[in-house]
Ligand binder design. Structure first.
Ligand SMILES: C[S@@+](CC[C@H](N)C(=O)[O-])C[C@H]1O[C@@H](n2cnc3c(N)ncnc32)[C@H](O)[C@@H]1O
Length: 222
């Protein structure tokens, strides 16, 4: 697979996503993930209810925290992870190399232009990526997920939920003045995007860890 994804260049995009491109940013994110997102990752894996013979794609694996666990699910047909930022992908590759496993391939790719044929996957997992994207990009990505999922397939998303008033206030202040401080992420209301891109929401659930709230959305193609 191509290691230089389409549409991954633009200066403003590089500025916004820059933190994920550096080894330090990747290490910091790793720590943040362990403290605030690992419980939600566990819930996403439980909700996935993967069965032998299924094909699964994780989009935006980051440092591979979830992908590391995903590839241990037994007897999957395909288990592929993609990530756009080289710094994050590098960390994910190192993590996986530490405990080699027969299953699980990683490659560099942009969620907006996935290098897979239509109707390839039974499940797509995507965690804490939509919070980073512009509205136009969210629509593009949900449309691309729809193209690559099989009919009847499911999509599991984790996103940043709206926080309690104090955290929300401080977070949005930081997002407006120094987005790097909050990893370029903010809570996004996704309902309209799902409707526009032809998705039916099957369930949603909030998960809290150390004061940070996530939302899990399970959706299917309408
Ligand atoms: C907040 S991190 C989440 C990482 C991982 N999913 C997790 O839960 O630990 C967001 C990730 O999305 C990646 N990302 C952003 N835009 C992307 C795109 N268009 N295609 C693929 N990955 C992207 C970033 O590089 C970053 O690694």
């Amino acid at each position: 697979m191509n290691d230089e994804p389409q549409g991954a260049t633009g200066k403003s995009r590089r500025r916004k996503h820059g933190i994920y491109d550096s080894p330090t940013g990747a290490k910091l994110y790793n720590l943040w993930g362990r403290l605030t997102e690992s419980r939600a990752h566990t819930r996403a894996l439980e909700a996935a209810r993967l069965a032998p013979g299924e094909s699964v794609l994780e989009v935006a694996v980051g440092t591979g925290q979830l992908f590391f666990r995903l590839r241990q699910v037994e007897r999957l047909k395909r288990c592929i992870g993609v990530e756009l930022a080289p710094g994050m992908l590098d960390q994910a590759r190192r993590r996986l190399a530490r405990t080699p496993h027969p299953q699980g391939a990683l490659c560099r790719a942009d969620a907006r232009h996935l290098p897979f044929p239509a109707q390839t996957f039974d499940l797509i997992l995507n965690t804490y990526m939509l919070d980073l994207l512009s509205e136009g990009e969210i629509h593009e990505v949900l449309t691309e997920f729809r193209r690559t999922l099989r009919p009847g397939g499911r999509l599991i998303l984790l996103v940043m939920a709206k926080q309690n008033w104090l955290v929300q206030g401080m977070w949005m202040w930081a997002y407006a003045h120094c987005p790097t401080l909050v990893g370029g992420c903010r809570p996004v209301a996704l309902d309209d995007f799902f409707a526009m891109a032809g998705w039916r929401i099957e369930s949603r659930e909030q998960i809290s860890q150390n004061g940070f709230r996530s939302e899990m959305v399970v959706a299917r193609i309408r």
